[in-house]
Each structure stands twice: as C-alpha cells, then as structure tokens.
Design a protein around this ligand. Structure first.
Ligand SMILES: Nc1nc2c(ncn2[C@@H]2O[C@H](COP(=O)(O)OP(=O)(O)OP(=O)(O)O)[C@@H](O)[C@H]2O)c(=O)[nH]1
Ligand SMILES: [Mg+2]
Length: 215
C-alpha cells in the first residue's frame, strides 16, 4: 500500500510539472514531440533525417535525454539547431522536472521541439513530459512480438514508426502481426514503415509531422 501511495505522489507531482510545460509551450506557440524507443532503435537517426528535411521550413530545437555522454546531442548540434543535453544520472527515463529545467536553456523561438527520451521501452511511458504527441519507434531487429510485450508504451503512442525495414529481407519479422497487435493495443495509433538510413517511408513521416505542426 505504501509503495503505491509514494508512486502516486511522484506521478502527481510529475503531472503538475507536465502541465506547466504545456502552458509554456502554448504561450510560445511551440509544438513538441516525445520520441521513445528501446536503445538503438533509431531515434537519433530519425531526428537527424527529420531535421535535415524540415529545417529550411521550420525552426527546430532539440532536447536529448541520456544516462550519460552527449553523443546524440553532438550529432544533432552539427545540423545547426539549438540543442540541450539532459544527463539523467542513471535514471531510465526523462521526467517533467528535468524537461522544465531544460526549457530554461533551450531556444523556444522555434516551431518544433523534438525531445529524444532515454532508450527504454518501459519507464518513459509512465512519465508525461508535456509533449503534444508521443512518437514510438520499433525497429525490425527487436522482433515482431514487442507490441503486446510492452503494451504500456504502445498504448500511449500517437504514431509508431516501424524502423529498419531495409532489414526485413534478412530477418523473420511479420509486419502483419505488428499491425494486428497494435490495432488491439491502441487502435488510434498510426503505423508508418520507414528506413531512416535508406530513406524508405520517410516522406510519409515528414508530411505526417508537418500536418501536426500546422494544426
Ligand atoms: N539498417 C538500418 N540501420 C539503422 C536504421 N536507422 C538507424 N540505424 C542504425 O541503428 C543504430 C542506432 O541508431 P541510433 O539512431 O543511434 O539509435 P537511438 O535509438 O538513438 O539509440 P539510443 O539513443 O542509444 O537509444 C545506428 O548504427 C544507426 O545507423 C535503419 O533504418 N536501417
Ligand atoms: Mg539516440
């Protein structure tokens, strides 16, 4: 009973901070996305390609959450957008207080704020960080059984990007199974098949994202 009470308090405090973030973003007219996946599914690669493709049309800022190092932040900084690194000191997810602090540093003179969460298919799903949309990436090498094994994450997804489809020909991966299980877990989620490195499906993702930015 005690454990439940403490957890509830932490999440309530987190929700208050997430609401503050939403207010700040609304006042500034910024649209924010929270990108989540297992380690290595391709979050930073998708972000790189997305920034490359959209940076001449939209002002973009980026916040990166990682346990340690600024490797992803350095990759994105090279593209000339404003970047703030959050190191979570061992925590397996970003929380709203971490993002609130980062908002004091990152440029909010932007149309799109991309937040890359810590690579983890479980914990980030529980912590609202005030973003408008949740983008979840599943990659082909992870296996086609993940939607039902990690339902909390797929349940909060607005969009699921099925990445690394260039590897489908080498692996035993049933795209139909993922589609069916996603329909069961979260019928509202959009599924877009992409290869961030080869470019397949990326135009569909960019135009989907643009529609959201312009809403
Ligand atoms: N074959 C293939 N490899 C990809 C694709 N997208 C990303 N990768 C590779 O996957 C590896 C991990 O990509 P990242 O973008 O760093 O993954 P991440 O999700 O940001 O990783 P963390 O931040 O550590 O959780 C890199 O070697 C990428 O080149 C893809 O579409 N196809
Ligand atoms: Mg990354």
């Amino acid at each position: 009973m005690k454990r439940v009470a403490v957890e509830k308090k932490i999440l309530e405090r987190n929700d208050e901070s997430a609401n503050r973030i939403r207010k700040i973003l609304k006042d500034k007219g910024v649209f924010a996305i929270n990108i989540m996946s297992s380690p290595g599914a391709g979050k930073t690669t998708v972000v790189e390609r997305t920034i490359d493709s959209l940076k001449n049309k939209y002002r973009i800022s980026y916040i990166d959450g990682d346990l340690d190092t600024d490797r992803d932040a350095s990759r994105i900084r090279e593209l000339g957008v404003d970047v703030v690194q959050i190191n979570t000191s061992g925590a397996c997810h970003l929380d709203a207080d971490m993002v609130l602090k980062a908002l004091e540093k990152v440029s909010l003179d932007c149309d799109l704020l991309i937040i890359e969460n810590v690579g983890n298919l479980v914990c980030p799903a529980t912590f609202d960080i005030g973003a408008h949309k949740n983008i979840v990436i599943l990659s082909v090498p992870e296996g086609d059984d993940k939607v039902k094994k990690y339902p909390v994450m797929f349940n909060i997804a607005d969009v699921v990007l099925l990445n690394k489809v260039d590897l489908l020909k080498f692996l035993n991966f049933d795209v139909g199974k993922v589609k069916k299980e996603l329909k069961d877990v979260n019928p509202k989620a959009e599924l877009i098949q992409i290869s961030a490195t080869k470019g397949y499906g990326m135009r569909m993702w960019y135009s989907f994202l643009e529609r959201l930015i312009l809403l």
